[in-house]
Design a protein around this ligand. Structure first.
Ligand code: GLN
Length: 490
């Protein structure tokens, strides 16, 4: 086993016990990236020299006894997150040569601890997609089967963790982009509650839904990273003042395991056609169904109380999501005009400059969102679409609030199916949107949710399960996930 395959917890111990150095660990990750990036395409930018220099500085901190939890741990960052002095394209040519002079708060927090930034992960452009085929830098391939997608939009981050090219990754989840690729690649991914982590420096997609969180190999590693990044930030007025628990220490405290924990099974997620989309549904893959049922049995054996619940408005989540997100998208993306960065049309006509730069600098899906969003926000349609969607959003959130009076956590599949073939849904935007049926509801409601690996199909493709908790319940959510992960390991 290479040292690049270690978890954060194991690597941090190895560094302290001087079994290897941060430079060794970084070299091992860089070698893995060099070996695999041509096939998997998980990185748009790789920083070899700079990463090794950061690793040497981390080794000095370890020697001086000033190391923190993430000192010397190599990680990567979704390219839709701003990194200071490191090219940040958002996977769109309109920002092809953009090297920001500032940094996302969550990334600064991690780098101040002395973690080593290996590079930037490929993703669907600006986070738009569920397969990572909407990148202008080529699709990301699933490390478990190169003919399949890695999931999206943070496919590069999930694939990099799954393939041991880094020890953890930081990505953004607006409507599933951390959890869905985590499920398809077989790693753990957390979408925190809206407001838990600072969004400052995340390329904004839909500002009322965007969140930032970690992808790792284990739940404990999620706790370690969340502790490092969570908290109020004066640069993001939507962050909450609530204190940040010591998530890692809390994991050890729950002695009773899952005994007595009330686990809600929302019926809408389990009917044959999932029943989640207002117009028809998505067929739940039989192996996803089988693995979910097996998990419910395992939970029962562990003493959890299984409660059947209903979230009646949840079936509108995808429809609501695909009105609110394009609307906010169209507004946020208006700032990208091709004047300062990236693809720029050569013309003296100002209108043509904007139109041609945007036509060539955005992929099709981004243009589709801008068109839908502009339409939904236009005079005469605003009330019928955007306002209506916001009203239904409230109903969806209330369903969750009501159900969390009865249960501690909800259990659902993360994705209706395992990884699908590259190109299979690429020409069918609606089919791609419906890939979000399981992950959009918690996002629309602002609830935290985690995807953990729950087994594999007969073709050896990973399947993830999703645990959803009440707002700001990351602490208990992580402890349930930690206990469930232990059961799967048996
Ligand atoms: N599939 C969702 C979308 O395309 C996911 C977006 C995200 O979470 N960034 O909007």
């Amino acid at each position: 086993m290479g040292i690049n395959e270690l978890t954060i917890e194991q690597a941090a111990l190895g560094l302290r016990e001087k079994k290897f150095t941060a430079v060794d660990l970084t070299r091992a990750c860089l070698a893995r990236i060099a070996e695999r990036n041509r096939e998997i395409n998980a990185f748009i930018t790789v920083r070899e020299e700079e990463a090794l220099a950061e690793a040497a500085a981390a080794d000095a901190r370890l020697a001086a006894g000033t190391a923190e939890a993430l000192t010397g741990i190599p990680f990567s960052v979704k390219d839709a997150i701003i990194t200071k002095d490191v090219r940040s394209t958002g996977a769109a040519k309109i920002l092809d040569n953009y090297t920001p002079p500032f940094e996302a708060t969550v990334i600064s927090k991690i780098r101040q601890q002395g973690a080593v930034l290996l590079g930037k992960n490929n993703c669907d452009a600006f986070g738009h997609g569920a397969s990572n085929e909407n990148s202008m830098y080529g699709p990301v391939r699933n490390p478990h089967d190169l003919k399949k997608v890695a999931g999206g939009s943070s496919g590069g981050s999930a694939a990099a963790v799954a393939d041991s090219q880094c020890l953890f990754a930081i990505a953004e989840d607006t409507g599933g982009s951390i959890r869905q690729p985590a499920s398809l690649c077989g790693v753990v991914g957390l979408r925190p509650s809206y407001g838990r982590n600072s969004r400052f420096g995340i390329m904004p997609m839909a500002s009322s839904l965007d969140t930032v969180g970690p992808l790792t190999k284990t739940v404990k590693d999620i706790a370690i990273v969340l502790k490092a990044i969570a908290g109020q930030d004066s640069k993001d007025a939507t962050t909450v003042p609530d204190g940040v628990p010591d998530y890692e220490a809390e994991l050890q405290k729950k002695n009773g395991g899952l005994r007595g924990v009330r686990v809600g099974i929302p019926q809408e997620y389990f009917s044959a056609t999932s029943g989640l989309a207002a117009d028809g549904g998505v067929l739940l893959h039989p192996e996803v169904q089988r693995l979910t049922k097996e998990s419910v049995e395992k939970l029962k054996e562990a003493g959890a109380e299984i409660v059947n619940v209903s979230l009646p408005h949840t079936k509108y989540s995808v429809a609501v999501y695909y009105i609110i997100v394009p609307s906010e998208d169209s507004s946020n993306l208006a700032r990208l005009d091709g004047v300062r960065y990236g693809v720029r049309a050569t013309t003296n006509d100002l209108y043509k400059l904007y139109a041609e730069s945007r036509a060539n600098g955005f992929p099709e899906e981004v243009k589709r969102r801008i068109l839908i969003g502009t339409y939904a926000l236009s005079a005469g349609y605003y009330d019928a679409y955007y306002k209506k969607a916001q009203q239904v959003r409230t109903l969806i959130r209330r369903d969750f609030d009501a159900v969390f009076q009865k249960v501690d956590v909800l259990l659902t599949p993360t994705s209706p199916f395992p990884a699908f073939g590259i190109g299979e849904k690429a020409n069918d935007p609606l089919a791609m949107y419906l890939a979000d049926v399981m992950v959009a509801p918690a996002a629309v409601a602002g609830m935290p949710a985690i995807s953990i690996p729950a087994g594999t199909t007969s073709d050896n493709l990973p399947v993830g399960l999703q645990l959803i908790g009440p707002r700001l319940s990351e602490n208990t959510l992580l402890s349930f996930a930690y206990e469930l992960e232990k059961i799967y390991a048996l």
